[in-house]
Design a protein around this ligand. Structure first.
Ligand code: NDP
Length: 240
């Protein structure tokens, strides 16, 4: 039986590339999203991959979704915590709401879904969890205390959970992408982006597929000795 994979934020950008790659590798994939129905419908129509709308920051919504996936497809054995948002502002202008939204969506969602799938993975003696962090969680970034804190938190979360999962055959790893050409990065002003690209030794932005290949490696059945690691995929921009 094909292993069941949930990719949060799996209908657009990096998540969409991850969903496709896992489906092509023979996994049964459910791609979740938050509110962009048009993008999700277009993705489903094009790929045939199941899509499911729920707020990954909302624990009860996650619990209902995990139960629905178990019923429809079977227990989740591969979890890719990819959903993320930015609400950038310098400290002077950052609101408590944008702090909470970014922490809850980027980091809280990792807790919600790992918590809700961990017991099934333990019972199966198999699990693959990949959390999408960020170069900005490793190095910090001006105007992103909320995002950098959430992503940095993901890296600690990964190492702690990896220690708990190991004896049950569950690996937990993170990927720290550099700047990848998606809607999130297209929102960065062009002049700022130009300066960022100038600092990338490989001389280009990342592509969503660059990240998806990392997820394929970390979720492979035989990648069972890789756990607690952070794979930086950033064109050499930050060597950590
Ligand atoms: P996009 O903005 O292109 O896509 C984000 C996806 O996440 C969408 O599918 C969106 O759903 C979903 N999403 C957002 N909030 C929620 C939520 N509360 N519940 C469920 N789904 C949600 O982002 P990217 O593809 O660029 O980024 C993907 C991940 O990679 C993020 O975690 C991001 O922080 C990280 N990353 C991205 C980098 C980049 O350069 N792009 C660099 C480093 C890390 P909907 O379509 O409904 O809005």
């Amino acid at each position: 039986m094909a292993r069941v994979a949930l990719v949060t934020g799996g209908t657009r950008g990096i998540g969409a590339a991850i969903s496709r790659a896992l489906a092509e590798a023979g996994r049964t994939v459910v791609a979740s999203y938050a509110g962009n129905d048009a993008a999700a419908e277009a993705f489903h129509k094009e790929t045939g991959i199941a899509v499911m709308k729920f707020d990954a920051a909302d624990y009860d919504a996650c619990a209902a979704a995990v139960a629905r996936i178990r019923e429809q497809h079977g227990p989740i054995e591969i979890l890719v915590n990819n959903a993320g948002i930015t609400r950038d502002a310098t400290m002077t202008k950052m609101t408590r709401e944008s702090w909470d939204a970014v922490i809850d969506t980027n980091l809280g969602s990792c807790f919600n879904l790992a918590k809700l799938t961990f017991d099934d993975m333990r019972a199966a003696k198999f699990g693959r969890i990949v959390n999408i962090g960020s170069i900005n969680g490793q190095a910090g970034q001006y105007g992103q205390v909320n995002y950098a804190a959430a992503k940095s938190g993901i890296h600690g979360f990964t190492k702690a959970l990896a220690q708990e999962g190991a004896r049950f055959g569950i690996t937990v790893n993170a990927i720290a992408p550099g700047y990848v050409d998606t809607d999130m990065v297209r929102a960065v002003p062009a002049d700022v982006l130009q300066k960022i690209v100038a600092r990338i030794p490989m001389g280009r932005l990342g592509r969503a597929d660059d990240i998806a290949r990392g997820v394929l490696f970390l979720t492979a059945d035989n990648a069972d000795f890789v756990t607690g690691s952070t794979l930086s995929i950033n064109g050499g921009q930050h060597m950590y």
